[in-house]
Design a protein around this ligand. Structure first.
Ligand code: GTP
Ligand code: MG
Length: 200
């Protein structure tokens, strides 16, 4: 399940411009600044494959990365970037929803959730939308290394609360993994999980 080679393939502005071959792919989705690009870099063990930034809203296109010449990682624009102009927000919902509903090679969505903050409505909405559309997803909790946070906001409590809030909406609770791009927590578990999903 290890990553030996990663190649940036293309950035697409629309779902229909995405690569047309039949390779399986995983989409990385989550709020702006949740750590999507950092997670890709940590999985790949390279610093600058996906571009990270302290400024939210940096990833604005659908970015395809080909892994081991056999499957794709897709870095998507973050949602819920409050400072983006209205037009950009609109663009997110139409083009990203179009991608989820029409991309036949999509094996799973890695929905990234920041474990250092309490459950956010926008993340719950997103998980519920994907669940209603029967799109297979895995909850990937990020920033689990951030232990020094305010009272009532520890990662393990935030994660438990999120799972409680989501539980009743699914027959089968989505799989979930705790990660940190800083310590490498969850890296091997996530790679193994993805290889199992690819081989179904
Ligand atoms: P957009 O592309 O804007 O949607 O953001 P993104 O989700 O790709 O986030 P990005 O990877 O750029 O990370 C945002 C910020 O969070 C950066 O300052 C990262 O260094 C920080 N960060 C990401 N992952 C972790 C983590 O696991 N732990 C800690 N402590 N910080 C993290
Ligand atoms: Mg990014």
């Amino acid at each position: 399940s290890q990553i030996k080679e990663v190649e940036f393939v293309k950035s697409s502005a629309k779902a229909k411009d995405c690569p047309k071959d039949d390779k399986p792919e995983f989409a990385i989705l989550g709020r702006s600044n949740v750590g999507k690009s950092s997670l890709i870099n940590a999985l790949v063990r390279k610093k600058e494959v996906a571009f990270t930034s302290k400024k939210p809203g940096k990833t604005q296109l659908i970015n395809h990365f080909l892994v081991n010449k056999s499957w794709y990682f897709v870095d998507l624009p973050g949602y819920g970037f409050a400072k983006a102009p209205d037009a950009a927000q609109m663009n997110w919902s139409t083009f990203t929803k179009g991608y989820f509903l029409n991309r036949e090679t999509l094996v799973g969505v890695l929905l990234l959730i920041d474990a250092s903050v309490p459950p956010q409505k926008i993340d719950l909405d997103c998980a519920n939308w994907l669940g209603r559309k029967n799109i297979p997803m895995t909850f990937v909790f990020t920033k689990c290394d951030k232990m020094k946070v305010s009272k009532g906001s520890r990662p393990d409590e935030n994660i438990r609360n999120f799972q409680e809030l989501i539980r009743e909406n699914y027959n089968k609770h989505p799989p979930w993994i705790m990660t940190s791009s800083v310590t490498g927590l969850g890296r091997d578990e996530l790679l193994l999980h993805m290889s199992q999903l690819r081989n179904y």
